[in-house]
Design a protein around this ligand. Structure first.
Ligand SMILES: NC(=O)CC[C@H](N)C(=O)O
Length: 316
């Protein structure tokens, strides 16, 4: 067994016993998740895969979808035009915060908070709602390397109860920050959040970004290479919401979390890493996931500003 596989198994064994955190319940369908589900996956840019635990369990991608739709919006509009519509400033606020929308600014702060993600999704090109959804799904399939599907119960559950997101869309419409067809934008946003993935998929998707936008297993290009650094920059500063600063300090790699319990991180040029465990903390980040990433970063010197690369298993 490789040293990495053995270390992943040790981490899995250690943190499986943790009992902190709660499974998200504000989207009713998410509350059905088993709090014991726990997986860790690593995919390297040369196509090796390491898995331990529930890495084939399907779950809805939720907020992790935001970074991929941001990539598609960059391809659709280019960096400078998109920047005029959605900023890249971290807020330090919760993912579902409305506070800064009420300042009457002309764009949401960043594409990783819900407001910015809804605005980003509303900008995706396509000939009507079906074409937009198909473009979004095809884009995600280039990252996963296989067909992806929407979990209808989760989509319907969030569409029926997502009043806060709906309120945000109305507030943004009021300030002229998004176009008037907000129901279509919200539907597409709820659909992208309800796409089913596994922990292995998330690691492959992260490895695709680590590999300059090309899937290291299928060799398919998922996103224009020019935009990978934009995606990674906003992940680094905004991907973990009001934990983004502490994450950058302790773990030191671009990452994104979702309320269903997934976290993915990109080690540029080297690997994608993902964890899946549904209990989350008050910031909406998976409790076991945070611990696993801290331990991995420490053991393999993954922090971007750690110059003592000696022990890094991903550095040949
Ligand atoms: N942080 C998340 O994963 C939130 C996504 C969820 N669909 C929402 O909009 O509330």
């Amino acid at each position: 067994m490789s040293e990495l596989q053995a270390f992943l198994e040790k981490l899995h064994h250690t943190y499986a016993a943790m009992e902190q955190g709660e499974v998200a319940a504000y989207i009713p369908e998410l509350s059905k998740a088993n709090p014991d589900w726990f997986g860790i996956s690593v995919v390297t840019t040369d196509g090796q895969a390491f898995n331990v635990g529930d890495t084939e369990q399907k779950f809805t991608i939720q907020s992790i979808s935001k970074l991929f739709s941001y990539g598609l919006a960059l391809e659709d509009h280019g960096r400078e035009i998109l920047l005029k519509k959605v900023g890249v400033e971290p807020t330090g606020d919760p993912f579902n915060s409305m506070i800064r929308l009420d300042e009457g600014s002309h764009r949401p702060y960043n594409p990783m908070i819900n407001a910015g993600a809804i605005a980003t999704t509303s900008l995706l090109k396509g000939d009507g709602p079906t074409d937009k959804l198909n473009r979004l799904l095809k884009m995600l399939e280039r990252y996963t390397g296989h067909d992806v599907f929407i979990d209808m119960p989760t989509f319907i559950s969030e569409r029926a109860t997502g009043h806060r997101n709906r309120a945000m869309a109305h507030l943004m419409l009021n300030f002229g920050m998004i176009d008037k067809d907000i129901d279509a934008a919200l539907d597409l946003y709820f659909q992208q959040c309800a796409v089913m993935v596994t922990c292995q998929d998330l690691a492959t998707m992260a490895a695709t970004l680590a590999n300059h936008g090309q899937n290291p297993i299928t060799q398919t290009r998922a996103v224009n290479e020019d935009y990978v650094r934009d995606i990674l920059s906003v992940m680094y500063t905004c991907g973990m919401y009001n934990r983004a600063g502490e994450w950058a300090y302790r773990v030191g790699v671009p990452a994104k979390s979702g309320v269903s319990g997934g976290i993915l991180a990109v080690i540029p040029g080297k690997a994608g890493i993902a964890t899946f465990s549904p209990p989350i903390d008050d910031n909406g980040n998976s409790v076991r996931g945070l611990r696993v990433f801290e331990a991995l970063s420490k053991k393999y010197n993954l922090h971007m500003f750690d110059l003592s690369m000696g022990r890094c298993i991903f550095c040949i």
